[in-house]
Unconditional design. Structure first.
Length: 389
């Protein structure tokens, strides 16, 4: 049988399959219509009949979807000897069908041609996004995309990551498959690819956090990305932890460590996020920052720790909360061996307008500091505090 004859046979096979499906649907629909007519003719038990009718309809829809999915998945392997164009046309056909076509699309992720696999990933993404926007479950498409993350082609892999960003799977069933798959490829490919994976993990984590679902696994993966070779990836991982509002001991420990990062952008972002998260978690974070002031060797990092303490205090005071809990470690910093740390401590006390007697005493003592910069900072802080009073 030549190629054209083979195509013709398959064409008519699909036609026959479609006709059988239509007849099956029509037959069940006619049964449903008869039941509806019977229900309308009855005066008694109408509500019971209506409920039974809805149950029959629901079962019909489930059976029809299952039948379609199984049949379409069985057709996919028969296309192995067809041209790439024919297989891509079948992918387009499956995308139009929607969710019932996802098992067949998942089977076609094993196709030998990477362009066909790319088309499959795009189709799964389109179906998943469509299902999500319609308020239905995108799980089948999301799980298929998770499978595509293992593809040997970098382009297919990148496309799968991009599509998952649009599908945003958050059900327990899909998360159990998708998140481990993303974590497995967290270090794969270029820095841009790794950054995209961090984006998707963060987006899923943010949605889960808003829904009150666990995010520890995603948080730990983002913390692990703080060791990435790319400063862009490390910075992005910090931003995603912020978006998730991952205010935990693990997060704080990692972010305090990031204050010693070799990249200015990473250090600055870590400082900002510690302040953002610390405003509502000051009781947990402040002791950790106080310990860092005595354990971190680099003066430049201790300066940033003081920045964080002062930032938390200012944010809390601006919102009508007490900033006193951060004052004690800043007073310790005012006696630091490094001039920059002492100067910064005086600056932060002034910015906070800290009015306790201990602050006034410490700043007055600092007016006699061996460093002119520290003396000037103490003088300025006292003026600010007196002005506020």
């Amino acid at each position: 049988m030549n190629a054209s004859t083979g195509l013709s046979v398959r064409h008519w096979f699909w036609v026959i399959v479609s006709v059988v499906g239509i007849l099956l649907s029509v037959g069940i629909s006619q049964m449903t219509q008869v039941r509806e007519a019977t229900a309308e003719s009855q005066d008694n038990g109408l509500s019971e009949l209506a409920a039974e009718l809805e149950e029959i309809k629901a079962k019909h829809r489930m059976l029809q979807a299952k039948w379609q999915s199984e049949l379409l998945a069985q057709i996919a392997p028969t296309l192995a000897d067809e041209s790439d164009d024919v297989r891509r046309e079948y992918v387009d056909f499956l995308e139009e069908i929607g969710n019932p076509g996802t098992p067949a699309l998942a089977a076609m992720l094993q196709d030998s041609d990477k362009r066909v696999r790319e088309a499959v990933v795009e189709a799964l993404g389109a179906i998943g996004e469509r299902e999500r926007k319609a308020g239905r479950s995108p799980d089948a498409a999301a799980i298929g995309l998770a499978m595509a993350l293992k593809d040997s082609s970098e382009k297919v892999f990148r496309e799968a990551v991009e599509e998952l960003d649009d599908v945003r799977p958050t059900s327990p069933e899909s998360v159990a498959v998708v998140v481990p798959a993303l974590i497995e490829v967290r270090t794969r490919g270029s820095s841009s690819a790794r950054n995209d994976v961090v984006d998707v993990l963060g987006r899923i984590g943010e949605i889960l956090a808003k829904n009150g679902q666990p995010t520890d696994t995603i948080r730990d993966a983002l913390i692990a990305s703080l060791n990435d070779a790319s400063s862009k990836v490390r910075t992005n991982a910090i931003s995603e932890l912020s978006d998730m509002r991952a205010a935990s001991t693990e997060t704080f420990t990692a972010l305090i460590g990031a204050l010693s990062d070799s990249s200015n952008s990473v250090r600055a972002r870590a400082e900002d996020v510690l302040i953002e998260l610390g405003e509502d978690a000051a009781a947990a974070l402040t002791p950790m920052l106080a310990d860092a002031l005595t354990s971190i060797q680099a003066p430049v990092t201790r300066v940033q720790v003081v920045d964080v303490l002062g930032g938390i205090g200012e944010e809390r005071i601006d919102k009508g909360k007490s900033g006193e809990m951060v004052v004690k470690p800043i007073l310790v910093a005012l006696r630091d061996t490094a001039e920059d740390v002492r100067r910064n401590a005086a600056d932060e006390l002034g910015e906070m307008r800290a009015t306790s007697p201990e602050v006034r005493t410490a700043l007055t003592t600092a007016l006699e500091d061996s460093s002119k910069a520290v003396r000037e900072a103490a003088k300025k802080a006292i003026r600010r505090i007196e002005g506020a009073q």
